[in-house]
Write a new protein. Structure first.
Length: 366
């Protein structure tokens, strides 16, 4: 009798351990990136501040100067961290924080408004060395959502937290919280009213989805920020932060916090941060697709980013762009929209800043 009881207890404890094993969160690399000999001490950083219909004729000189100043400040701050031996993850957070704190970009302070006149932010970060990732969706009181994504990656057993739960976690981790009104900016609020007006005019159209995705409306929604970096240890990483799309409804979540869609990093291939019409990036699994092209088709970074953005994304009807970097320090800034706010700095400290398509930019910005 005693023996049976002992056996029973033993098997229950075994079953419990197994169940625990099964439930144990996967926070370790799924596949270890293959070690690849790269030049050590090389480093570089690329940032974006959103892609969309950014045309010179719609831009004032002072606004252009203001955008370029923040882009330069952000890319220089990240570059300095890398030059001093900091990690790509540290550089990414710093650069993104600067853009999140600026009202010019659709992230943090300058986040766009939802249909309910609130601001709901998404962010993600991924480490190419370990394939660890952290992401948050629909947060409303966290000043710098990219920092919360980092906390999720490092201090939680999960990858993606959303809404109230994510905010609870932010409190526990002691992150800087703000009143929702911190995210109010007159420009973004005006954009929402314009989009709503346009939507109302379309309300008679038979299909509501057509109204939501009206080309006029969609143009006013971009402006996400992102950063990819290579540090002196040969590790790459990617981060993205956004307010999503103006007039979004029903707690819509975009591509940014979906690992593989708007954000992805893997030392074996590349680190990617995207911006654009998120639904297309999710369906095309854009960031991962670029990595997969390199991994399975042995494409270069340039070939893979061109193929995915200029061919696949464009053919699917999607609009936007990406920034990417590989372990050799090759970079890509590819977009199929009229413009993309972007900047890059290499090991030598050479700085590139761009807003419009190349041909407009060479005379202006090189
Ligand atoms: N990709 C973002 C989203 O769909 C928007 C953007 O990049 O501006 O949420």
């Amino acid at each position: 009798m005693k023996k049976t009881l002992l056996l029973l207890l033993l098997s229950i404890s075994f079953a419990c351990n197994n169940a625990y094993e099964e439930r144990k969160p996967i926070d370790q690399p799924v596949t270890k990136p293959k070690s690849d000999k790269v030049e050590t001490n090389n480093f570089g950083i690329v940032i974006h501040g959103g892609a969309g219909t950014i045309l010179k004729e719609n831009m004032t000189d002072s606004l252009e100067t203001a955008y370029k100043a923040v882009l330069e400040e952000a890319v220089r701050a990240g570059h300095e961290i890398l030059a001093n031996g900091g990690t790509s993850i540290e550089a990414i957070q710093r650069s993104i924080n600067i853009m999140e704190d600026s009202p010019l970009f659709n992230a943090g302070k300058g986040a766009v408004f939802t249909n309910q006149e609130t601001n709901e932010m998404d962010a993600a970060i991924m480490d190419g060395e370990t394939l660890k990732a952290g992401a948050v969706a629909g947060v409303t009181i966290v000043k710098n959502p990219i920092n919360l994504a980092f906390q999720v990656m490092e201090y939680s057993p999960h990858v993606l937290l959303a809404g109230k739960g994510a905010e609870e976690f932010a409190k526990e981790r002691g992150l800087e919280l703000v009143e929702p009104s911190y995210f109010y900016t007159e420009n973004r609020f005006k954009s929402l009213q314009e989009v709503k007006e346009a939507e109302k005019m379309k309300a008679d159209s038979a299909d509501n989805r057509t109204a939501f995705y009206d080309p006029y409306i969609k143009e006013s929604k971009f402006g996400t920020v992102g950063c990819v970096a290579l540090d002196k240890n040969g590790n790459i990483a990617a981060g993205t932060s956004t307010g999503g799309m103006t007039n979004k409804k029903w707690n819509r979540i975009g591509d940014v916090p979906i690992i593989g869609a708007g954000t992805y990093a893997n030392n074996a291939t590349c680190a990617v941060s995207g911006t654009g019409w998120g639904e297309y990036f999710m369906r095309g699994v854009v960031a991962y697709d670029i990595s997969a092209m390199m991994e399975y088709k042995k494409m270069s970074l340039e070939e893979a980013t061109k193929e995915v953005i200029q061919n696949k994304l464009t053919e699917s009807g999607g609009e936007g762009g990406i920034i990417a970097i590989d372990r050799r320090g090759n970079i890509a800034m590819e977009f199929n929209s009229a413009g993309m706010y972007r900047a890059a700095m290499n090991k030598k400290g050479e700085l590139t800043i761009g807003i419009y398509k190349e041909n407009e930019e060479t005379a202006e910005e090189k």
